[in-house]
Ligand binder design. Structure first.
Ligand code: NAD
Ligand code: DAU
Length: 343
């Protein structure tokens, strides 16, 4: 591994991964290939823009000619695919781009990797492919996928294609399925950065339903470290869950955030729930821990560190929240907040 194409590298996890790799591996060249959708943001990569080990290419993963050209030009041996539409609520509003990017886009990347005989293809997947997990159970990598939102279905479809290319064509693939990431540079549509930035501005926090849903909130840096480990020590053809093994109810996540930001509980509003809302995800992480990884942050530490980052980096999120985001916010929350039950 020498020259890595990081698709979706201008997004939240992809950009954190690029920072992580440049810090931990002096010898790699990282080529970020990104469409710069509303979620892609070159501000996430501003600190490394002059690093000669980093290159940016503006492109769509559905564009085969452009990907092939990028791979040939930079002598790419490894593709790591972070590119996707990633917000469940937007997938409910309009699934179209989700299917195009995760299904057609992943297929296109796999075709390029196969025809140019790349050394490795790694797919970034999610715990959402397993669907809602009843209490007392955790998802193992060998479990069947059972996605329930258009987003989760688009990601599960991509995983199936990746595995099919390994079985049928012998493509050297690996997959990681991460739990709910939080940390620097997460677009403030996602619950933790939305609630943190709303709380900073003393705006209401729209909690879906009773807020008793459970997520494994993990620090993005821990996730990046585990992906790095799988790239170097993972077994070809295998899938690895990456989580914390600790579930946190959304109401608890909010309490930690409000305390960290010194804001009152009166900001909480229970609003109409997300349709098909998965109540619980839970990953069995025995396989990745057996490779020698464990998270550095507890969920509480990750939430507190994330709150602090948003407090210190208003330059990053105020631009976003004052732009297109306002129309999205009105469509997603306007009616919900106007009809929210008082506390
Ligand atoms: P994000 O929405 O912050 O970033 C996605 C990036 O992909 C953006 O830079 C966007 O411009 C780019 N992109 C979208 N469509 C593209 C296309 N057609 N061609 C090229 N680039 C395109 O997402 P994220 O939260 O960083 O998630 C990254 C990956 O990790 C996704 O595959 C997601 O499914 C997966 N994942 C996310 C989480 C999480 O908690 N955020 C957890 C597990 C897995
Ligand atoms: O679990 C991994 C997944 O985590 C990733 O695959 C997705 O890309 C990522 O978006 C995230 O999905 P979630 O749906 O879990 O994240 P979100 O931040 O949207 O929501 C977290 C929880 O908070 C979830 O139970 C829904 C709830 N929520 C969310 C929003 C945006 C609210 O109660 N209110 C909100 O306004």
């Amino acid at each position: 591994m020498q020259n890595i194409l990081v698709t979706g590298g201008a997004g939240f996890i992809g950009s954190n991964f690029v920072h992580y790799m440049l810090t931990h591996h002096a010898q790699y060249h990282l080529v970020v290939y990104d469409k710069l959708t509303y979620a892609g943001n070159l501000d996430n990569l501003i600190q490394i823009q002059d690093d000669p080990r980093y290159t940016f290419i503006h492109g769509d993963i559905c564009d085969r000619d452009a990907i092939e050209a990028a791979v040939k030009q930079h002598d790419i041996d490894t593709i790591i695919n972070f590119a996707a539409e990633t917000h469940v609520d937007r997938s409910i509003m309009n699934p179209d781009a989700f299917i195009k990017t995760s299904v057609n886009g992943t297929y296109t990347l796999l075709e390029v990797a196969r025809s140019l005989e790349l050394e490795r293809y790694h797919q970034i997947s999610t715990d959402e492919v397993y669907g809602h997990i009843p209490p007392g159970r955790s998802s193992k990598e060998t479990d069947n996928v059972a996605p329930r939102s258009p987003y989760a279905a688009s990601k599960a479809s991509a995983d199936l294609l990746v595995n099919a290319y390994h079985v049928t064509y012998g493509l050297p693939v690996t997959i990681t399925r991460g739990s709910n990431n939080i940390g620097p540079y997460q677009y403030p549509e996602k619950a933790v950065p939305l609630f943190a930035t709303n709380a900073i501005d003393n705006l209401p926090l729209p909690v879906y339903g009773d807020g008793r849903q459970m997520r494994e909130y993990q620090h993005v840096r821990d996730h990046c470290e585990a992906i790095d480990l799988v790239l170097h020590r993972g077994v070809i053809g295998e899938t690895y869950n990456i989580g914390t093994g600790v579930e946190v109810e959304n109401m608890r996540m909010i309490e930690i955030l409000l305390e960290a930001l010194d804001r009152p509980r009166s900001l909480i509003r229970h609003v109409v729930d997300r349709p098909g809302h998965d109540r619980r995800y839970s990953l069995d992480i025995a396989k990745i821990t057996a490779l020698g990884w464990e998270p550095d942050h507890s969920p509480e530490e990750a939430i507190i560190a994330t709150a602090a980052w948003y407090k210190e980096n208003e330059w990053w999120w105020r631009k976003i929240k004052s732009g297109e985001f306002r129309q999205y916010y009105e469509a997603q929350y306007g009616e919900r907040l106007r009809t929210a039950a008082p506390q």
